[in-house]
Design a protein around this ligand. Structure first.
Ligand code: GDP
Ligand code: IMO
Ligand code: MG
Length: 420
């Protein structure tokens, strides 16, 4: 059996949560492989919207095992809140969720370090979600981190105190006032909650599932343009968001990867700082933000909006080896006469079709214009019922990228989806 992967091809918030929820019935296991509660994955059914941060988006189906893999970083406070909310909906989370022993813990002091580091950067700040992601992954790669498996060891408190003291020493370099103690009670309550779950070597479990012929879907967070290696560095997150991250974040061998489902919005958004070549700081940008409800699922910040960027999309397809494309939020473009697509960048006086080292040096995007469909498509039934202009938009993307668009999402609800 192979592991199929759902991941974002843009700057995050492509609609991964909804897609994972829709695909879950076809799988036995859903596993998150990287990131932490910087993610906000929304899904909607029975007119209720759910936003998940650490728990995989397969959790609302009855028969699937959900896994938080070793590549994920977990904040026990956010985990407990999320778990309580899911329990209140009648989902027996403890029965359905496995947590990797090797996943790293976000400490209260990691969040403080994140905030102190961002404050010190001033205008050059990343626009982090302030969830402590960067400092936690720094401790992981710096070999100082606390892992979920540690919470079951007798000297956990000592380990916690040791790392927190290290952070206090580090915080001296910042002119930043903080209070770690005020967060500790809740944090340890979260740790207590986590002790009630199955904490295990999920790499063994996942490989055993595969050997038994069970189907695994890996769920990525953030997007390719936020990848630590290939994103718009330094305006990125601190993990590998790409398909290779599913291997390292779950303990799956590369040869085990099957379909790579690349999710992209029919336009682009970005939340936080950093270059965004096709950004629209005009009426059309505002239109996309309001019609698409483009406000962060984690922080509530307005998302920056712009036209679809095919240069960035092709790059993301290349790095991930995307085998199928899933386009979301096509319905948001419905009222527009003309839809533009970025096909190149003006850079040092030349038109280029490759991502330059510094995206910030791009002077202007080059666009082609396509005709809009000007029809409500949110409840159309079947791919053949799509307006001709939408079909042409999809065909253009397929011709440019060489990858088929196999799924089109037409609204936030589970049912608003077309398979092609
Ligand atoms: P994720 O982080 O990739 O899971 O995406 P988010 O949940 O942060 O953001 C996607 C937003 O768009 C959420 O509010 C979804 O409910 C919503 N959404 C997903 N697919 C569609 C769609 O096809 N059309 C519309 N209008 N909204 C969608
Ligand atoms: P999902 O999984 C959109 C952005 C932040 C910031 C940068 C670094 O919902 O798609 P971090 O907190 O990771 O240090 O922030 O990355 N960012 C996201 N943007 N969607 C996300 O997740 C994001 N997670 C982080 O806004 O610019
Ligand atoms: Mg999101």
């Amino acid at each position: 059996m192979k592991v199929d992967v759902v991941l974002g091809l843009q700057w995050g918030d492509e609609g991964k949560g909804k897609i994972v929820d829709v695909l879950t019935p076809q799988y036995d296991v859903v596993a998150r492989f990287q990131g932490g509660p910087n993610a906000g994955h929304s899904l909607e059914f029975n007119r209720i919207k759910h936003v998940l941060h650490s728990i995989p988006s397969g959790i609302f189906h009855d028969n699937q095992v959900n896994v938080i893999g070793n590549g994920v970083v977990i904040d026990p406070v956010i985990f407990k809140k999320e778990a309580d909310a899911i329990y209140s909906l009648g989902v027996d989370l403890k029965k359905k969720l496995l947590i990797s022993r090797k996943a790293h813990l976000i400490l209260p002091s990691h969040r403080i370090l994140d905030a102190a580091s961002e404050a010190a950067k001033g205008v050059t700040k990343i626009g982090s979600t302030l969830k402590g992601i960067g400092p936690t992954y720094m401790d992981k790669t710096g070999r100082n981190g606390l892992r979920v498996g540690d919470i079951l060891l007798p000297d956990f408190r000592e380990k916690y105190n040791h790392l927190t003291q290290k952070h206090r020493d580090l915080l001296r370099i910042y002119d930043y006032s903080y209070n770690i103690e005020e967060h500790e009670e809740q944090w340890f309550a979260g740790i207590e909650e986590m002790r009630g779950y199955t904490i295990t070597d999920t790499e063994y479990e996942l490989n055993r599932f595969l050997q038994e012929g069970r189907k695994v879907l890996a769920e990525g967070a953030q997007g390719t343009m936020l990848d630590i290696d290939f994103g718009s560095y330094p305006f990125v997150t601190s993990s590998n968001t790409i398909s290779a991250g599913a291997c390292t974040g779950l303990g799956i061998a590369p040869g085990r990867l099957g379909e790579i489902f690349g999710v992209f919005k029919a336009y682009c958004t970005r939340v936080g700082a950093g270059p965004f070549p096709s950004e629209l700081k005009d009426e059309t940008g505002n239109f996309l933000r309001e019609k698409g409800h483009e406000y962060g699922a984690t922080t509530g910040r307005p998302r920056r909006c712009g036209w679809l960027d095919l240069v960035a999309l092709k790059y993301a397809i290349l790095i991930n080896g995307a085998t199928q494309l899933f386009m979301t939020k096509a319905d948001v473009l419905s009222d527009l006469d003309t839809i533009k697509v970025c096909i190149g960048y003006w850079y040092n006086g030349k038109l280029i079709e490759q991502l330059p080292y510094d995206l910030g040096e791009i002077t202007a995007p080059e666009y082609v214009s396509l005709k809009g469909w000007k029809k409500d498509i949110s409840s159309i039934d079947g791919a053949s019922a799509m307006p001709a202009e939408l079909k042409a938009y999809i065909r253009f993307i397929e011709e440019e990228t060489g990858v088929p668009v196999k799924l089109v999402s037409l609204g936030p609800d589970r049912t608003q989806i077309l398979f092609r």
